[in-house]
Design a protein around this ligand. Structure first.
Ligand code: KG4
Ligand code: ZN
Length: 362
């Protein structure tokens, strides 16, 4: 992505923040600033390398390979981002990076890179919580949400509902007791013999399913009527495993059967996510819903949530598709918003990463 055509920002007034993401299998670098007239965040440029092809051969992310690849990619991505935005390192006001949660080795690469660069440039750093990046990413959309809103965070490792009243003001309303929604997509995709990453593969197969066959498959909607905002997806995985085993005993899943099961899984996950979002909106009395994280790229979820929200006069906001999955832009944005909302920047130098870290503690 190159710099937008809008007027060049006044760096004297609008901070220019570099963001570095390396928590899992994507290396992302991006530059974000603020529009001096409107105060809206502007993405000046970003570069991303996904390791999907490298990990595909192993059926999932291999942490050591991920770390080594982040090392190889991060400097070329930085050069590419600076060149596209026509920005010099000396122009930066701060460097934000993902400090957690994620894979320890992968986090260490991005964090050490960002801290060392900032130290050499004598600039401050902003360690960012990965989920805060996801949560704030819809603010980069053409029509961003206003605070307060309910946020549904659905990634490979997390499923959470939050009440968001401002930058850094996050109240956990509910979360998964076991597997995350993305994990449920990935694990059931594996059971169906689909490649890594499972979520997009399962979603693509589901699109080809015969609705009549899908309607015949009864899968559980875990905790749909639990009365609270907690989730559980482990039982769904077991139900799919049982169906796959039964089919195998009867000669194996047909292509149409596999597609129908994929669509049934997607419907089950979507139904639970949508019902809990509606309940969270009712419970909080809020009328804005923000969806963020990789599963937010799922077309069926986006359409079903949009219909449910329209019916209830709730405005629903999604990040642009390219910003749903991991990227540097959301980290640069979270760093910038932390800086401009009074957060104290950290001096570059000593640092630690937090592979396990709750957003409400950030
Ligand atoms: O946010 P993300 O890129 O990384 C984490 O922070 O975990 O989310 C990755 C997750 C994976 O589980 C992936 O399968 C899922 O998001 N995902 C999808 C789709 N695109 C990505 N799940 C369902 N449908 C999709 N289109
Ligand atoms: Zn993520």
């Amino acid at each position: 992505m190159t710099a937008p055509d809008c007027a060049a920002p006044n760096h004297a007034r609008a901070p220019l923040v570099l963001g570095v993401e390396s928590s899992c299998d994507e290396t992302g670098v991006a530059l974000v600033t603020l529009n001096t007239q409107t105060g809206a965040p502007i993405l000046l440029g970003q570069a991303l390398h996904t390791q999907v092809a490298m990990h595909a051969a192993y059926g999932g992310v291999v942490p050591e390979l991920a770390s080594r690849d982040h090392i190889r990619r991060v400097v070329p991505l930085l050069r590419q981002t600076l060149a596209a935005a026509r920005v010099e390192l000396a122009d930066l006001d701060a460097i934000a990076y993902t400090a957690g949660p994620g894979l320890a080795g992968a986090l260490l690469v991005g964090s050490a890179f960002a801290e060392a660069l900032a130290f050499a440039l004598n600039k401050p750093v902003v360690p960012v919580h990965h989920l805060e990046g996801h949560l704030l990413s819809p603010l980069l959309a053409a029509e961003p949400p206003q605070f307060p809103f309910v946020a549904l965070l659905v990634s490979g490792g997390h499923t959470q509902l939050m009440r968001v009243t401002g930058v850094g003001a996050y109240e956990l309303l509910g979360e998964t007791l076991d597997d995350a929604a993305g994990e449920a997509f990935d694990k059931t995709a594996k059971l169906l013999g689909l490649g890594y990453p499972g979520g997009p593969a399962l979603a693509a197969l589901a699109e080809t399913a015969d609705p009549v066959l899908v309607a015949e498959i009864k899968l559980p909607r875990p905790m749909l009527h639990s009365g609270d905002l907690e989730f559980s997806f482990a039982g769904l995985k077991t139900a799919v495993l049982t169906r796959v085993k039964t089919a195998e005993a009867e000669g194996g899943l047909t292509d149409t059967g596999r597609a129908a099961l994929a669509a049934a899984v997607q419907e089950s996950i979507t139904d639970v996510l949508v019902a809990k979002c509606v309940q969270a909106l009712k419970q909080t009395g809020l009328t804005r819903l923000v969806v963020a994280g990789g599963v937010g790229a799922n077309r069926h979820l986006r359409e079903t949530l949009t219909t449910a929200c329209q019916r209830r006069k709730v405005d629903v906001f999604f990040p642009e598709l390219s910003l749903c999955t991991d990227n540097g832009a959301m980290i640069a944005l979270a760093g910038l918003l932390r800086l401009t909302s009074g957060g104290a920047p950290k001096k570059a130098g000593a640092f630690s990463v937090k592979p396990r870290w709750r957003l409400i503690d950030a």
